[in-house]
Structures are given as structure tokens and as C-alpha cells.
Design a protein around this ligand. Structure first.
Ligand code: PAF
Length: 284
């Protein structure tokens, strides 16, 4: 596996692969990789001749009060996992490599969608995500890029950016990977102590209950969200940021949960903010 720390090295390797006629897949990550990321790499390896994984904790998507400094990092572990899963090149740039000191150009969707759900408490988050993903797309110029369905709003935002800016890249959404007890895999799970880890199960319990109600034919979002909220509120360590049913593309609230509607939540367990979701009728 090639470890590339500079944009130049990435471009040189990609150019060589293109000369050899290979298709290229990109899996953007912030490192501290787990089985959720591994499933994205597996899908990319299945779909593309060559796979690039970026491993970069992107400062522009963190607000000053967020966990940029403490965000977990373990590049040695990441390389091992990536090699095991058949990644061809990991792009591991420094902040200085990605952002010039006076960088002042951002990619931002000037619409309501990035302001909904996570955007309400993280107002600059999706501008940072769009900017870095856009840079990665320009650097790697992949045929396909792979993102997890766990970050459902991020996936919708990236699809929108790709459409609006006419990137000729196919965006592939991949299913949520869960621990055996249901908790969605996340690098941030590592912040949880033993009691919080148990308490965090209220997220997946609420998701499974909501999914069950919708599958049983309940479409009234108020009713579904009320049951989900009750499950989470019964846990003293949990504090709800939001539990919402929204249109899968616009992220605006809906009254009826029909196929394609995203039912998403963000919940603080202690100081750790976790997210989870399901899509009515399953992802498209
Ligand atoms: O989902 C993530 O890990 C990040 O938001 C991403 C897409 C790699 C951009 O930094």
C-alpha cells in the first residue's frame, strides 16, 4: 500500500493508474478506522480497480468548541486495517498540505438543507465537509466515492454538492455497521465510559422501534417520533439534540413517514454527541 503525504504523490500515482486504464474509488475518512470504514473500503475494492482512502482530521468542519484536538487518531492501526482490506493508497496529508495559511475559499450549499438536523448545532460543519470533500475530489478525481449512511445528512449534502457542481463522480452510500448489541460504529464511541457505553444503546433501541413501527404501517411521524423520544428520554445519561423525520433530500420535516423519509437523531450521552438513523423503506 502506498502512503502518500503530499497532493503531488497522489496525483502521480493516480496518473499512472489512469495510463494503465484503471478505475479509481475514493473513501474519505478522518482516520481512527473501524469496521464501518472497513465496509466502505470493501465496497470500493469490489467496485473499482484501485482504491484511495484519505485519512485526514479536517479542521474546517470543527467549530472552536468541538473536539478537533481530542479527536482520536491512530495512523499505525489505520494502515494495518487498510492493508488488510485491500486499499491501494492512503492519503495522509498534514493540515499545511491541505490548507494554505491564507486559504479563504469554501464550498457551501446556500440552502436550508445543511442548516437542518446537525446543522442547527454545528452551523459551520457542512461547509467544512463540502470544502474538504471537494478538495479531495479535485486531488483524486475518482470515478466513485463511498460514504456511510450513518452520516445521512452528510451523504445528502455531498450528493447535492456533486449535482450542483457537476462533479462526474458517482456517490455510493453504504449501510450502517453496528456492534453486536446494536450501537452504530463510530470513532467517537471511544469517548464513552462503561456506563455511557450501556446508555448509548438507547439510540439503536429507538431506531429499531421506529423502524418496526413504520414497517408495521404507522406513518404518522408525531407518533413514531414520540415513541422513539420516550425510549431515549428514559435514559438519565441521554440528552436529545434532535429526533426528526425529514425528507431524504431536502432535510425538511415531514408529517408522514413514507418510503425515502429519513428518521434521524443526535443524542448526547454525557459529553459525547452520537448520531443514528433509518430510512423508511430502506436506502434507495
Ligand atoms: O465522515 C467523515 O469522516 C468526514 O466528515 C469526511 C467525509 C471524511 C470529511 O472530512
Amino acid at each position: 500500500m502506498i502512503i502518500a503525504k503530499t497532493i503531488r504523490e497522489v496525483r502521480e500515482n493516480i496518473a499512472q493508474w489512469r495510463r494503465e486504464g484503471f478505475s479509481v474509488g475514493l473513501v474519505p475518512t478522518m482516520g481512527y478506522l473501524h469496521e464501518g470504514h472497513a465496509s466502505l473500503v470493501d465496497r470500493a475494492v469490489a467496485d473499482c480497480d484501485r482504491v484511495v482512502v484519505s485519512d485526514f482530521v479536517n479542521p474546517t468542519q470543527f467549530a472552536p468548541n468541538e473536539d478537533l484536538e481530542s479527536y482520536p487518531r491512530d495512523f499505525g492501526h489505520d494502515c494495518k486495517l487498510l492493508e488488510e482490506h485491500g486499499c491501494d493508497m492512503v492519503f495522509y496529508p498534514s493540515v499545511e498540505e491541505m490548507y494554505a495559511p491564507n486559504a479563504a475559499t469554501y464550498v457551501e450549499i446556500l440552502d436550508e438543507m445543511p442548516k437542518q438536523l446537525c446543522g442547527k448545532t454545528r452551523p459551520i460543519h457542512f461547509r467544512g465537509v463540502c470544502t474538504v470533500v471537494s478538495k479531495l475530489f479535485n486531488i483524486v478525481q475518482p470515478d466513485k466515492a463511498f460514504f456511510g449512511q450513518k452520516d445521512a445528512q452528510q451523504l445528502a449534502v455531498i450528493r447535492r454538492m456533486v449535482r450542483d457542481l457537476s462533479y462526474g463522480i458517482e456517490i455510493v452510500g453504504c449501510p450502517i455497521v453496528r456492534e453486536n448489541d446494536g450501537l452504530a460504529k463510530s470513532s467517537r464511541n471511544t469517548y464513552l465510559d462503561a456506563n455511557e457505553r450501556k446508555a448509548a444503546l438507547v439510540l439503536s433501541k429507538a431506531v429499531f422501534r421506529g423502524e418496526y413501527l413504520v414497517k408495521s404501517g404507522v406513518t404518522d411521524s408525531e407518533k413514531v417520533l414520540a415513541e422513539m423520544t420516550a425510549i431515549i428520554s428514559a435514559e438519565p445519561l441521554a440528552k436529545i439534540d434532535y429526533v426528526s423525520a425529514v425528507d431524504g433530500e431536502t432535510m425538511l420535516p415531514v408529517d408522514a413517514i413514507t418510503n425515502g423519509v429519513l428518521v434521524a437523531m443526535a443524542v448526547y450521552i454525557g459529553k459525547t454527541r452520537l448520531i443514528d438513523n433509518f430510512i423508511a423503506g430502506g436506502p434507495k
